[in-house]
Design a protein around this ligand. Structure first.
Ligand SMILES: Nc1ncnc2c1ncn2[C@@H]1O[C@H](COP(=O)(O)OP(=O)(O)OP(=O)(O)O)[C@@H](O)[C@H]1O
Ligand SMILES: [Mg+2]
Length: 493
């Protein structure tokens, strides 16, 4: 209803041009069709393939008007006021004759009120025409409207399928609504319809598919990426404190409405030794909480959008909000916002943009930032209250190493119980999770080449010939631990 009222007001307000960025052509046509009885002017629609066609009376299309210049010339010469919906006209807005004709039409508005409506997925109005043109954004369906759409798609499917019913409980309904909100009506219907039609049910797995599809629809070349490769905490050895911290916050994070007196968790920083599972843990947060994982890549932000980094960061953060509830993973955050001052202040401003957003964000976007290098981290980020907690991810202890062996042997179709895990854990002191994984993979290659079955001895041999980072970088790691001691919480118990 709001859209109808707005558009009617626009048509009655002596504005000669309106631009609508949208892919919802059908919906726009039907909105304007409903305006025909209220606005006493002739209505036309135009495409480059079909030419000009009356919308208010049944008449064949005027194919001789497919060419933009001929079309505009005809509009300019027409003495009867009209409303012209021009679909995908944006490529022609670069032509100087087209621009001049549009200007002529606009300037004659007082004599003959023609309104030109541009409808394309993306429109750049030339500077010469900006004075005459008003951009209009179609409003998005609210939660009630989305619920109606879901119910109506489910009803339609039931009618087509011998009254088989689609059951959706309240929690799933809430999650479905979250997963499509922020999308225009057509897309909501389409995603829900295909979720129902692929298997005749609406369930949890549809939520993940819808989130992916929504991301594709909304993200046109930004710096956020949708991570398909999520992990579960069962894939992570050790880090028990971190796992527990996250487990007790899961419900509050996923709850639709805020709990009285409890803010949803904001996020955390994982700091620590290389290869010990920081990135893996970030993926596991999203996997375990069952929400999409979006990755923010500062590298792309600086390279691709040179000079426009802050604007693009802001857009990406807005995008994350549309995808909420979700996890926003900022890997190696120090690379994007290091304290160095030799980039003309860009990284300072980026940090400022990020911190402001973190302070203001209301929606459930949980940040997981990871970092290796504490010295380049700005103190503002580490200040209490910015993020909920800073965890230090140290080398795994013996019990965690046993676990990591179990996880990675199992992953590679080896029966963990046929290995002496306590011995392997003992002999891998100082190894990171990644080095343990590497030792398993290397010995698997070796045994495969020798046509043997993997056993303890081969892995022990691999451990012996490996010099772990903890030896190569002993000082660096000690320095990290020293720094972390009073400032962070241990991720391992
Ligand atoms: N605690 C762990 N449990 C299970 N696997 C682990 C663990 N730590 C590391 N790994 C294995 O090592 C790989 C690399 O670890 P990951 O990338 O998470 O480390 P990181 O701490 O992010 O390292 P970096 O600081 O180099 O980015 C993981 O994908 C996983 O296969
Ligand atoms: Mg990492």
């Amino acid at each position: 209803m709001q859209n109808l009222k707005d558009l009617e007001a626009l048509l009655n307000s002596s504005i000669p041009m309106v631009s609508i960025e949208s892919r919802e052509e059908r919906r726009i046509v039907s909105l304007f069709e409903r305006l025909i009885p209220h606005v006493h002017r002739a209505f036309f629609r135009w495409t480059v393939t079909e030419g000009l066609k009356r919308m208010d009376v049944d008449m064949p299309a005027q194919l001789h008007n497919t060419k933009p210049i001929e079309l505009l010339t005809q509009i300019k010469l027409t003495g009867d006021a009209g409303v012209y919906l021009l679909f995908d006209f944006h490529p022609f807005l670069e032509d100087h004759v087209v621009i001049r004709l549009l200007k002529d039409i606009a300037q004659k508005y007082v004599d003959v009120p023609h309104t030109i409506i541009f409808i394309s997925h993306e429109i750049r109005i030339p500077d010469d025409l900006k004075y005459y043109c008003v951009p209009y954004t179609l409003s998005l369906p609210n939660r009630e409207k989305i619920e109606d759409i879901i119910r109506s798609e489910a009803r339609t499917w039931s009618q087509l399928n011998k009254d088989l019913r689609i059951i959706v409980n309240k929690e799933l309904l809430g999650q479905l609504i979250n997963s499509v909100s922020g999308l225009p009506m057509d897309d909501v219907s389409r995603l829900i319809r295909s979720a129902i039609r692929d298997d005749g049910v609406l369930n949890q797995s549809d939520i993940a598919d819808i989130a992916q599809a929504k991301f594709k629809l909304l993200n046109l070349g930004g710096v956020l990426s949708f991570e398909y490769d999520m992990a579960q905490f069962a894939d992570v050895g050790g880090l028990d404190n971190l796992k527990e911290w996250l487990a007790i916050r899961k419900e509050v994070f996923r709850a639709k409405a805020a709990m009285p007196g409890l803010d949803p968790p904001k996020g955390l920083l994982l700091l620590g030794v290389q290869g010990c599972g920081k990135s893996l843990a970030a993926k596991a947060v999203a996997g375990t909480w069952g929400v999409p994982l979006l990755r923010l890549d500062f590298g792309t932000l600086y390279n691709k959008f040179y000079g426009e980094s802050e604007k693009n960061l802001r857009e990406s953060l807005k995008m994350a909000e549309v995808m909420a509830p979700c996890v926003l993973w900022i890997d190696e955050i120090e690379k994007g916002i290091s304290v160095g001052d030799n980039d003309g202040g860009t990284s300072r401003r980026i940090l400022g943009t990020l911190l402001t957003w973190m302070a203001e964000k209301k929606l459930n976007v949980f940040i997981v930032a990871t970092a290796n290098d504490i010295h380049s981290l700005p103190p503002e980020l580490l200040r209490k209250g910015r993020l909920d907690e800073i965890f230090f991810v140290d080398l795994p202890d013996k019990e965690s190493r046993e676990n990591i062996f179990r996880i990675h042997l199992d992953k590679r179709k080896q029966d963990p119980d046929s290995f002496d895990l306590p011995l392997l854990a003992e002999k891998s002191e100082g190894f990171s999770g990644s080095e343990i994984e590497q030792a398993i993979v290397s010995s698997l290659y070796r045994t495969y080449a020798m046509k043997q079955k993997l056993n303890n001895t081969q892995i022990l041999h691999e451990l012996e010939i490996t010099k772990p980072l903890s030896i190569v970088m002993a000082e660096h790691i000690e320095g990290l631990r020293e720094w972390a001691r009073d400032r962070t919480v241990m991720a391992n118990r």
